[in-house]
Design a binder for this molecule. Sequence first.
Ligand code: CP3
Length: 344
Amino acid sequence: MTGQKTILRALAGEAQDVPPIWMMRQAGRYLPEYRATREQAGDFLSLCYNSDLATEVTLQPIRRYHFDAAILFADILLVPQALGADLWFVKGEGPRLSTVTGQADFDRLAPAADIHETLNPIYQTVRNLTGALPGDVTLIGFAGAPWTVATYMIAGRGTPDQGPAHALKSENKELFDALMERLTAATIEYLSAQIAAGAECVKIFDSWAGSLNDEDFETYATAPARRITAELKARHGNVPVIAFPRQAGDKYIGFHEKTGADCVALDDSVSPEWAAEHVQVSGCVQGNLSPKHMVTGGPALVEESRRIVSAFRGGPHIFNLGHGITPDADPDNVQRMIDAVRGA
Ligand code: CP3
């Protein structure tokens, strides 16, 4: 059964008067202490692979805000790197990777079972955190969903419409499916190792699920999430899983049942009232305050936070943003959001 931690109670289906709260990208550039530690590490990737410093930045938002959950500090693009892709970050622009567009590129990738050598420092961060976190804070591990990670591997960067991945899917389905298969197997390996190291639940980020049409959504978002969830639960005693098919819209409906996920995370394009009626009826939901309020603050921040708490009050809910907090956010607005949610 679940322990007493508020996040695990929500994931087990319990409605709580005050929902537990954490925030996507809670360890990030909006925090001066994060910027200082990243500086110490040299750059973002060095920070991810430095277990001591990654532990430190994971703990920073817990110390400052007493969130109910800590999320492992790492990145979804470490999996392609562990499969053999080159990965680097261009300041002010974002990630760059060597591309997978032909069979020869695919053939150079490592087998899924070989990712651990590269990713061992990440598992060490998880082990550090299990000893360092306050007893009431849940540790969340994570990975990107295969489709979202594939969009970066195929284009070699972030894209507004995931055009290159859609093109490969229609022009060379065999290769595309082979890449999806490799990523699904690697994601299971990666999350399984995080859980073995001490992650108490895991979240699967499908940031670009919204660009898949109905049939593709079933094949490339729902089915991989179902397979990853089933395999992790089989290996790790029903470990709770949070699925985030961002921008799924109507396709959020039934996602719990179709995938077996314990919680479905919502972006801020759906109203909390709609989601309470159509999605929360199936299980725990997480979300979904617009991250813009962390920049703009004011009465709207408090009103919208309370509106979300009130809409989801009847069922299991984990309060969060609808997407990651942005670097231009004001750290004081985060405290205002927490106070509004906790009723302080
Ligand atoms: O605090 C946390 O949420 C945990 C750590 C975390 C990071 N990335 C750290 C990070 C998590 C869960 C992620 C997930 C992630 N990474 C996603 C899925 C969620 C989403 O935002 O849709 C995606 C698509 C990525 C890939 C990625 N990583 C991009 C596109 C970028 C550049 C954009 C940006 O914000 O600069 C990153 C870099 C990144 N990952 C940063 C952080 C804190 C900023 C890097 C820095 O410090 O310069």
